[in-house]
Design a protein around this ligand. Sequence first.
Ligand code: CNA
Length: 287
Amino acid sequence: MGNDQSHSAPHDGPPEVLKARDLPSIAKYMKSTECRKVFVMLGAGVSTAAGIPDFRSPGTGLYSNLQRLNLPYPEAVFEINYFRQNPVPFYTLARELYPGQFRPTLTHTFVKLLADHRLLDTCFTQNIDTLERQAGVPGDRIVEAHGSFASQHCVDCKASFDGAAMKRGVETGDIVKCSDCGGFVKPDIVFFGESLPPVFHQKVPRLRSADLLIVIGTSLTVHPFASLTSLVPEGCPRVLINMDPAGDFGGRADDVTLLGRCDEIVRDLCRELGWEEELDREWGKTE
Ligand code: CNA
């Protein structure tokens, strides 16, 4: 994967599928028979309310707080060539992000509700925190595009390793080395310069059948993930829920950008859908 910024000219005509480019119109469309297949794309912003910093938010993002790791530049912590020379920064960061310490957010629960209401086709996530699973989104609906901490391999000979040894290594900071070749062992998180998992490529063509795309909490700067937004058909409304504008949102007739904290916007959307009580009840189960 790699980094990029995309820009596009704003669309200035009226919407074509939605009544208006606003939240009530999205809810109305979601309740209609036209909207059967919803796709979701998630980024680190959906987990900041769980206490996991994102990459790029000024001040709080991981990139602003990596000085202590003595990196040549922040992205190096997720670069495979740098990891081969110096795995310590990644292990340090992995300890902070390791699954099991965090509770899913309302936004993760909203994705579960989409599945419960038989609307969710696929949730593509860039996150490695597994909070979608913990919220109860069915595993076969989730594509962890940048991998997860669920498995690990030697970066040199590719031998697979025991999860308990990896967890111990991350907890203690003792770098796990391959018993066969001595290479460093790393969780199967996709680094810059590595390929995305096969399931990502298998599920991407499904986007061509999307009736609605909801993108939440991502700066849409990491490719190829970010380019998925352009794969849904022209007549498919696209909704961005984020603190800041991102990607080419606004360039299509039925693009809706809702700026603010995703948990608040998702609650408003659930209220419009008549799902608010269900949202609170299901989120309560994640405690
Ligand atoms: P990013 O580039 O840090 O962007 C996050 C975006 O979310 C920004 O545009 C923020 O404005 C926005 N944001 C932050 N908080 C909120 C909020 N409460 N409500 C709405 N929007 C918010 O992160 P991306 O996900 O775009 O970048 C892709 C990287 C980040 C992937 O490779 C991930 O693996 C990686 N990452 C994952 C985690 C995690 O698993 N939780 C944490 C940090 C980084």
